[in-house]
Each structure stands twice: as structure tokens, then as C-alpha cells.
Design a protein around this ligand. Structure first.
Ligand code: 5GP
Ligand code: ZN
Length: 111
């Protein structure tokens, strides 16, 4: 999608090292980390939120939740992590391209 920062990262227009990539998703570091370790798991398909979910997109989200625990150790999240998915304005979503925050590397306090 034009003007979508995550689509630009996926297309390589904005450089961002990929810690993991396959045909459906990428995992990158958040540019403004809110914890010692802060990653974003981003579907390559552009859709804004769960409100646009269909069977194909649900498969991509399922893929994310299969890959996240498989990658946790190599991402330094072996002692636990927090998963956050902000949805829409009230949810604090600032980038309208679905993404899953992974926070860890330290004991996290209440948000
Ligand atoms: P949201 O607020 O939409 O849930 O999360 C968007 C996240 O994307 C924020 O934590 C923000 O720091 C991160 N972000 C925004 N632009 C970029 C970028 O260009 N590169 C990376 N790596 N992260 C970004
Ligand atoms: Zn996008």
C-alpha cells in the first residue's frame, strides 16, 4: 500500500534489518523500543486490523502465532514476553498495517 511504512519496509524501500522472514511475515526491531527487547511481527499482506479479517488473513495471523514461540529463544525472549496488538485509534494503533508487538528482555511492569 502506498504511504504505508510497513509496506515500504517489506518492499525494501525503507531499510530495516529482518530478524526473521518467510513468505508470509517479517520480524524486525521496533524503531522506538518500549522495553529492553521490542520486536514487531508484521504480515507481508497489508490489512489494517482484525476488522478486515477473512480466512486468508486469519491463516497469516495463525502463522504468526506459530512462529513467535518458535523464534522466542533466538530473539532473547526465552524467559517470557508480552504480546500486544493495538487496534484502531482508541487502541493506540499508529501504523494501520496489522502487526504484533513482542516485548521482553526484562521483567515488564504494568502498562
Ligand atoms: P502501533 O502504535 O501502531 O501499535 O505500533 C507501531 C510501532 O511501529 C511503534 O511502536 C513504532 O515505534 C514502530 N515504527 C514506526 N515506524 C517504524 C519504522 O520505520 N521502523 C520500525 N522498525 N518501527 C517503526
Ligand atoms: Zn502496509
Amino acid at each position: 500500500m502506498e504511504n504505508c511504512v510497513f509496506c515500504k519496509i517489506i518492499a525494501g524501500i525503507i531499510p530495516s534489518p529482518r530478524l526473521y522472514e518467510d513468505d508470509k511475515i517479517i520480524v524486525i526491531r521496533d524503531i522506538e523500543p518500549k522495553a529492553k527487547l521490542h520486536y514487531l511481527c508484521i504480515p507481508k499482506t497489508h490489512f489494517a486490523s482484525f476488522s478486515e479479517m477473512d480466512g486468508e488473513k486469519a491463516e497469516i495471523i495463525k502463522h504468526c502465532f506459530e512462529k513467535i514461540p518458535a523464534l522466542a529463544g533466538e530473539l532473547g525472549l526465552q524467559d517470557g514476553y508480552r504480546v500486544i496488538i493495538n487496534q484502531g485509534e482508541n487502541g493506540g494503533q499508529t501504523v494501520p498495517h496489522m502487526h504484533i508487538h513482542l516485548l521482553g528482555g526484562e521483567v515488564l511492569g504494568d502498562f
